[in-house]
Design a protein around this ligand. Structure first.
Ligand SMILES: [Fe+2]
Length: 208
């Protein structure tokens, strides 16, 4: 039957324009294996950097998505500013995701991509599906940033020592600096100071 259908396509002249659907084959590179590119770097160094970068990638994807969750679910009198800030940070994290993933490919590795793999790899605690208060949202984000910063500092030095300056540069100039800056912007929202009336009692006691 299928042969007849194919024959009829050939006969009516549409055969070459017809898409070949439902194709399958073995993968061309298993995850975790390096296919080295000619970038004058030792394969072991490439493999070590790719492994470290994949951990940072998984956590950066999780943090990026945590920002979008909070962007949608934020509540309260700071809704508007946090709604915008969370989206701005999400955008910067999304750029980092692409830069980290492409660095892994440049090193001859395979970057993780799908949510299932991120879930299995990330060290960032899973938040509930429901909404949370702003201080909890901010605390979660700060904790996630610190996990990533710790990994970044740990991975940057061996990359440089192995001669992988490109990875070191990405980690220090981009990942580290963006995360540090975002920590500052978040942490200042958790300083408990009056918003309308100055606390005169505290001023008097600290002055004496
Ligand atoms: Fe939005």
């Amino acid at each position: 039957m299928a042969k007849d259908t194919k024959a009829s396509h050939l006969e009516d002249g549409t055969g070459r324009a017809r898409p070949l659907l439902h194709q399958q084959a073995r993968e061309i590179q298993p995850f975790g294996k390096i296919v080295k590119l000619p970038i004058a770097l030792d394969e072991k160094v490439c493999a070590a950097s790719a492994e470290n970068l994949n951990q940072i990638l998984a956590d950066t994807i999780a943090l990026r998505d945590l920002y979008k969750k909070h962007h949608w679910q934020v509540a309260g009198h700071t809704f508007y500013q946090l709604h915008l800030l969370f989206d701005k940070h999400h955008e910067a994290q999304d750029e980092l995701v692409d830069d980290i993933a492409e660095r892994i490919q440049i090193l001859g590795g395979i970057s993780i991509a799908m949510a299932h793999d991120v879930t299995e790899t990330t060290l960032i605690p899973r938040p509930p599906r429901g909404r949370e208060e702003v201080p909890v949202q901010l605390s979660r984000l700060l904790e996630a940033h610190e996990i990533i910063l710790k990994e970044t500092r740990t991975a940057a030095r061996p990359a440089a020592e192995g001669g992988d300056d490109g990875t070191n540069d990405l980690l220090v100039s981009q990942v580290m600096r963006v995360n540090e800056l975002q920590v500052w912007f978040l942490a200042e929202h958790l300083v408990d100071i009056p918003t309308v009336r100055a606390d005169r009692a505290k001023a008097a006691s600290s002055g004496s």
